[in-house]
Write a protein that binds this ligand. Structure first.
Ligand code: OSB
Ligand code: MG
Length: 368
């Protein structure tokens, strides 16, 4: 595409209910929306950082600064830019993968819209809809958790993931198992444990979970391998898989037998597809994670999750799981436990300009 500029916005979207993980509680989703301005029209992307660096080292103001100060200017230095060139141009800048991913997605959307080609087709999607799992935050107590999960099961979600942390693990998981029997169930610790907690985590083995997600720290690949040997429950990595290289290392070490793929965390949808390919070749199941995306990232996640190696249901829920009002005209809905893969050009969504404006709290435009 012939890039003419980038418009970045910080949005505040109210959540339908507070979302609590082992690292904190969110009531408003703060997110950066990227618009790539090209001579053939706009493209949209989303930088999935959160307000605070609690899930990863990235956070809104850091991503905002690096994107405006370094990343967007480097891309705008190029007269012509293909989506496949973005990662290479940004490569000299260390880290900041979520910021890079949001910019790449906006360029990719612009390029595909100009070609009239859907993102799913471009990535290699083999399904027209994807099974929808839901990520359930830590509730006031196990009884409240059972109530909340019952609501999602009634809506049709095909897999439940509950957030856990020390002191809110065994009893919470037992309550959900006891209440709902053999439903597909998994837990996510968001790095809240150490290897010293292995005995506690082994107590989860009796619940026949699909997996335990990221029990240890991001850089604990060796400890995860040791823990995996001590558990019957499959270990899945989220935070640790920051790139295709990290995925290769984790598989070589035996740190994970399942991988959660999030495009933001790994620097973009192209890198995400490479991890998918690697895992598929290795016979390792993957699933698509989420970062409370707006309709922009949610559409892209549905396309990614439609690749053949995504053999487990992902955190690709309906927009209504988090938001009463989205920033696109036709937010993702749950149909028979599935979310449809958009078929229009690019992301296959239309921005709702009024909603976008209403949620914007900051904006900056860079032109070449
Ligand atoms: O660990 O998967 C995670 C949300 C924010 C940060 C980290 C995580 C999550 C979720 C929500 O679990 C997934 C979703 O968007 O539905
Ligand atoms: Mg996770």
């Amino acid at each position: 595409v012939a890039l003419e500029g980038f418009e970045l916005r910080v949005l505040h979207l109210p959540l339908v209910s507070p979302f609590t993980t082992s690292f904190g509680t969110e009531t408003v989703r703060e997110v950066i929306v990227v618009r790539a301005l090209t001579s053939n029209g706009d493209g949209w992307g989303e930088i999935v950082t959160q307000a605070d660096p609690l899930y990863s080292s990235e956070y809104t103001q850091g991503a905002w600064d690096v994107a405006l100060r370094f990343l967007a200017p480097a891309l705008l230095d190029r007269r012509q830019l293909a989506p496949e060139d973005v990662a290479g141009v940004l490569e000299p800048f260390k880290g900041h993968r979520m910021a890079k991913a949001g910019l790449e997605l906006a360029v990719l959307d612009a390029a595909l819209r100009a070609e009239g080609r859907p993102l799913g087709e471009y990535l290699g999607a083999v399904r027209d809809r994807v099974p929808s799992g839901v990520s359930v935050g830590i509730q006031h107590d196990p009884a409240a958790l059972v109530n909340t999960v019952a609501g999602y099961l009634d809506e049709g979600y095909v897999r439940i993931k509950i957030k856990i942390k020390p002191g809110r693990d065994i009893a919470d998981t037992a309550a959900v198992r006891d209440a709902f029997g053999t439903i597909p169930l998994q837990v996510d610790a968001n790095s809240a444990y150490t290897l010293a907690d292995a005995a506690t985590l082994a107590e989860l083995d009796r619940f026949d979970l699909l997996l335990i997600e990221q029990p240890l720290q991001e850089d604990d690949l060796v400890d995860h391998a040791e823990l995996a040997r001590r558990l019957r429950t499959p270990v899945c990595l989220d935070e640790s898989i920051v790139s295709d290289k990290a995925a290769a290392d984790a598989l070589a070490l035996g740190s994970a037998s399942v991988i959660n793929i999030k495009a933001g965390r790994v620097g973009g949808y192209l890198e995400a597809a490479r991890i998918h390919d690697r895992c598929r070749d290795a016979g390792v199941p993957v699933w698509c994670g989420g970062m409370l995306e707006t309709g922009i990232g949610r559409a892209a996640n549905a396309a990614l999750a439609a690749l053949p190696g995504f053999t487990l249901p992902g955190d690709v829920s309906a927009s209504s799981r988090f938001y009463t009002r989205d920033i696109i005209t036709e937010p993702a809905v749950l149909e028979d436990g599935h979310v449809r893969v958009p078929t229009g050009p690019g992301l296959g969504i239309e921005i709702d300009p009024v909603a976008l404006e209403d949620f914007t709290v900051a904006r900056e435009t860079l032109a070449r």
